[in-house]
Design a binder for this molecule. Structure first.
Ligand code: AMP
Length: 220
């Protein structure tokens, strides 16, 4: 099963994609995490990716599409994938359809997590991430048990360089101009599931799992 997760930065896409991937035992492919990994290396590509990410802009499609196409045809993705942060524009969505068609597969559903603009800004401001396992926390809505330390693995928590106010604004602009049109793209093909992303992490996950069980013909 191939499920795309859509939603603005701060909508809880990454958190929910990881939970649903674990429940459905599917691979979780998060392009933001892949790019953060790439950035750790001392390569030309790492430097290039860093300039885009720090500015809150999309990494060029050629790089992103190649990276995702390679991963998706790999052995860990054979029974399906939860795609988190990809596609981010219509060109990427078309490339994904093409890459999956070459494997005899297709996107089954696109889960759109909807959150009000006011909530998005509040959530992005207090976001902390584990350096080791990428688990997300929030100073107010999901604080760690000990300050600065990950509950799951004990790793150090840090704030992403692209969570500064100016970059957050640019990322939201990019989302509304480039990524939001994907809501129509998947609606037109009858694959869109819209879920209210407000409330606790558990209640949003329950809504997503409920909606998937009602709409996916294969058992989930
Ligand atoms: P995320 O962790 O999904 O918020 O992504 C963080 C940053 O990684 C984005 O602001 C982009 O710079 C880059 N990125 C992640 N996914 C994509 C994508 N599908 N296309 C282009 N850039 C991406």
């Amino acid at each position: 099963m191939y499920i795309v997760f859509l939603g603005a930065p701060g909508a809880g896409k990454g958190t929910q994609a990881a939970l649903v991937a674990r429940t459905l035992k599917l691979a979780h492919l998060a392009t933001g995490d892949l790019f953060r990994e790439v950035q750790q290396k001392d390569t030309e590509l790492a430097r290039l990716v860093k300039t885009y990410m720090e500015d809150g802009k999309l990494v060029p499609d050629e790089i992103t599409i190649r990276m995702v196409s390679e991963r998706i045809s790999g052995p860990e993705c054979q029974s399906g994938v939860i795609l988190d942060g990809f596609p981010r524009n219509v060109r990427q969505a078309e490339a994904l359809d093409k890459a999956l068609a070459e494997l005899g597969k297709a996107v089954d559903k696109a889960v759109y997590i909807k959150v009000s603009d006011r909530d998005l800004l509040a959530r992005l401001g207090g976001r902390w991430i584990c350096r080791k396992c990428q688990a997300p926390y929030h100073a107010i809505t999901a604080p760690p048990k000990s300050p600065g330390k990950c509950d799951r693995c004990g790793g150090e928590l840090f704030q992403r360089a692209d969570d500064t106010p100016e970059t957050v604004k640019r990322r939201l602009d990019v989302y509304f101009t480039e990524t939001a049109p994907l809501i129509d793209y998947y609606e037109r093909s009858g694959k869109l599931i819209e879920v209210n992303g407000e409330g606790s992490i558990e209640s949003v996950e329950r809504r997503i799992m409920g909606a998937l069980s009602r709409t996916v013909t294969r058992p989930v």
